[in-house]
Design a protein around this ligand. Structure first.
Ligand code: ZN
Length: 548
């Protein structure tokens, strides 16, 4: 007896053995049959009226708590606050809705569209006496109010900050603008974030994910580095789960700084890890520990990613590695030896070489079956690097969505000679690599259907082609956001395809992305999202079950 039988559906299973079906049955939270015969009986039968059903989407690289936090902040993106007056009005509203004494925060402003950066005096007028912190859309700078500058001892005079800048006017008075590493000063005032604050953010993010058809998300860095919110970040996900607010399945990458040496028997080979020997794979279908995340370089648009050749038009600038090459390599090999999957953030071809070399050396010295190491972004890669990634079984994790929101800046940064190396997809598949789907949200808007559309369309915001030879089909992009991401999480036997035994995580769409013109994919409606065979979001009007 099935709990649920979905009939009259256009099922795209993502399972090569049976790609298409008309019905799916689930019981106990698992799929038990695809196109079952008439003998199968079900407690509930739902006619989907021809709607399309896919495995739930899995964002293989996102920042869930960070995204959730932005949902409770002032939205000062250019389309919402096009002028400085609009921006300051948004700050005033945010201050009115924030408990006195708490920080007034916002994100997304872009001075190139506003005409100038906001400044401390404007923020002080908008929210008198309050601590205000507005982050730039790039994440590379921010502005703060006088109260924050006073906390930092920067109210009257700027200070030198290595790798960053405290901007000041002609008289030497700080304006409130803080660049690059100077932002850390502010972050250190607010960290560690309370677990309850983060659990609220995880709740808000999850609610949004369900509306977009996401059933699994891989969080790309907790517990350390500039990206972590608190050393006890896992506790926030557990708190969310305990209170019924972990709405999607989450796999947590742990930032490399959080790993430390373990006092284990040397024969165990557990050189580094978390207390008790926790490592990749610990957890269950709802909450688990994923890879160790390590940053090897910076960003392409910021021209800090480590390249072998100069950035276009900037002789001598080839970016840089985030740390000494030997240190990065040593950290990767120690984590590999200790049983971790490693996810190396590597954007430039030089950083990608470092990651591939380290993975190869780790495997040579400490062989392990199928470590499935990942390279996050894999943004600018030579043809030989693609071949080598395939030989090593490495999983590149590029973000299709970057094409639209960041593509013009990326094309300018690398110039025409390297365009064919930029954010590959098709050549990765042709080399036999597995391609996951991911957004890096909140760096860009993260709805999977937007990402899937971009993976097919490959155009920038200005309409320029974005290494169009790397475009893939809608079918391939759907596979990336389902079975590809599941593979990258070592979970292809539990999710990512619709087949007997898999978790009953499904998304119901108004149209079939493989049957519409590519520019219409982003406009398809998510009608329902099911996890464990239960509806978690439903505007289908078909009466999907909310419990079993
Ligand atoms: Zn990221």
């Amino acid at each position: 007896m099935a709990d649920l039988l979905l009939v009259n559906a256009n099922v795209l299973t993502m399972d090569p053995a049976r790609p298409r079906a008309r019905s799916v049955a689930a019981a106990g939270g698992r799929i038990i049959a695809v196109d079952p015969g008439p003998e199968l009986r079900a407690r509930e039968v739902v006619d989907l009226g021809g709607a399309t059903v896919l495995p739930g989407f899995h964002d293989a690289h996102n920042h869930m708590a960070w995204f959730g936090r932005t949902l409770s902040e002032a939205d000062v993106r250019p389309d919402v606050a096009p002028t400085l007056d609009d921006l300051y009005a948004a700050v005033t509203r945010q201050a009115e809705n924030t408990v006195t004494g708490d920080w007034v925060t916002g994100a997304g402003y872009d001075q190139t569209k506003l005409g100038a950066h906001p400044d401390r005096d404007g923020l002080d007028r908008a929210a008198p006496g309050r601590r205000v912190w507005l982050r730039h859309t790039s994440g590379h700078m921010c502005v703060v109010s006088s109260a924050v500058l006073a906390d930092l001892g920067l109210a009257d005079r700027a200070a030198d900050v290595p790798g960053g800048k405290v901007a000041a006017d002609a008289a030497g008075r700080p304006t409130g603008l803080l660049e690059e590493t100077a932002q850390e000063l502010v972050a250190n005032l607010v960290r560690p974030y309370p677990v309850s604050t983060l659990a609220d953010a995880i709740d808000r993010a999850g609610a949004q994910y369900l509306r977009e058809g996401i059933t699994s998300a891989t969080e790309a860095g907790i517990g350390g580095g500039w990206i972590g919110h608190t050393p006890v970040e896992l506790a926030a996900y557990q708190a969310a789960r305990d209170s019924g607010r972990l709405r999607v399945r989450v796999e947590l990458m742990v930032v490399s700084d959080a790993l430390h040496t373990l006092a284990a028997d040397p024969a165990d080979g557990l050189e580094v890890g978390l207390d008790l020997g926790l490592r990749t794979g610990f957890g269950d279908d709802w909450l688990s520990i994923g890879a160790m995340k390590i940053f090897t370089d910076g960003s392409l648009v910021g021209r800090t990613a480590a390249m072998h050749d100069d950035y276009a038009g900037i002789p001598g600038n080839r970016g840089y590695l985030q740390a000494d090459a030997a240190e990065l390599t040593g950290t990767i090999i120690a984590a590999h030896r200790s049983g971790w999957q490693v996810a190396a953030h590597a954007i430039g071809d030089r950083a990608i070489d470092l990651a591939l070399d380290a993975f190869a050396e780790g495997q040579r010295r400490y062989p392990r079956p199928g470590p499935r190491h990942r390279i996050e972004h894999f943004a600018v890669s030579r043809p030989d690097q693609v071949r080598r990634a395939a030989e090593l079984g490495v999983i590149p994790v590029p973000q299709g969505r970057f094409a639209t929101e960041l593509g013009d800046g990326m094309l300018a940064a690398i110039g025409p000679e390297r365009e064919s190396w930029l954010y590959r997809q098709r050549s990765l598949l042709e080399a036999g690599l597995v391609l996951p789907g991911s957004s890096d949200r909140p760096v860009v808007t993260g709805a999977p259907l937007l990402g899937i559309g971009d993976m097919v369309n490959r155009r920038t915001a200005s309409g320029a082609p974005y290494n169009p030879a790397e475009a893939i089909t809608a079918e391939q992009a759907l596979r990336a956001y389902t079975s590809g991401s599941a593979y990258a999480s070592r979970a292809e036997h539990t999710k990512g395809t619709i087949a007997p035994g898999r978790l009953a995580d499904l998304v119901v769409l108004s149209e079939d992305p493989t049957a519409v013109s590519p520019d219409r994919i982003a406009g398809i409606t998510v009608l329902a999202t099911l996890i464990d065979g239960v509806s978690r979001f439903d505007v289908s009007g078909r009466g999907l079950p909310v419990s079993r």
